[in-house]
Design a protein around this ligand. Sequence first.
Ligand code: GLA
Length: 375
Amino acid sequence: MYHILLGTATIALFTGCNQDAQPKNEIQNTVGISSKNWGEWDGKSVFLYTLTNKNGVVVTISNYGGTITSWVVPDKNGKPGSIVLGFDSLTGYLEHPPYFGALVGRYGNRIANGKFKIGDSVYHLATNNGKNHLHGGLKGFDKVVWSASPTTDSVPMLVLNYTSKDGEEGYPGNLIVSVKYTLTNDNELSIEYNAVTDKTTPVNLTNHSYFNLSSDPERTVLDQTLWIDADNYTPVDSTLIPTGKIASVKGTPFDFTVPVKIGKGIDSVKGGYDHNFVLNRKDSSLQRVAQLTDSFSGRKLELFTTEPGLQFYTGNFLDGKFKTADGKSIGKHAALCLETQHFPDSPNEPDFPSTFLMPGKTYHTITKYRFSVLK
Ligand code: GLA
């Protein structure tokens, strides 16, 4: 085990809403990044990295799938709790939970019939979601061991690298991927994605964290409040493939342009939310696109991205099969995902923003999550 230190401190977990009071919880922690051995997979060593900032926000990330396994922040009373679903051992992840916290690629979300064309060549991808390709296929980036370089400048950073071979899961081209996680002292976790290829290939990288701001999966997310800066969304067919239309959210349960409780309209959405929102934007700069709040815990999460789309998924397929370390059941709507991305099935939809990366170009996107406590 080793530590990259930024300083050792007794950290008073910030309370935000309760500035004058004495800190209710104090934890002895190491500001910076540390690692421990977490087992082995595919003949490679798996590690768990702990990133801690000076406010006592602690994010743990494994190089297995680049997975965020926990993200501990205080609630309105200063009590720490993880706002994401995750397991405390590698074994949990080897049982294939549905992408808990994972880095998803080479193409996050669905490609219809696992098929697309570049010029005259037709490419066939692994199909792992009925007849469709989902989240990179049978062994996507969430199921591989990434090489990891923990570093620290003034804040803890973890750089993960993975080379996806030409033909892997049916994709053309060797793709060299690098993902950088940074935890700032402003309680922001940023994820920066970079990739280059030697043949034209579709790329759509995202993180699949399941959030529940109450930190209790037995309280569903239906009482939490969401704002999404999207006047439009992409309607889907029965297999969750976009029809190609861009539809207005106005007057529909997809209208989150003002903050709305997630449970308000969910019953009129067959199966629950699992849709791509077309973010309102004029350019591809880093923009604030969504906000999730929970009045019960007082926690607030803001989302910033350079991406054009956001998949809002309400954990509709969670069915209690997986349990937390303390035995709590992870059932339907126990958590939600906000996956920043290009639109699903873009390789087959010429009118959607292109996801094709060409040799000589660099894929580069940033998504940032800012945590705070409601005042
Ligand atoms: C994504 C998809 C969902 C589901 C989950 C994983 O969010 O859009 O339909 O496949 O991943 O279960």
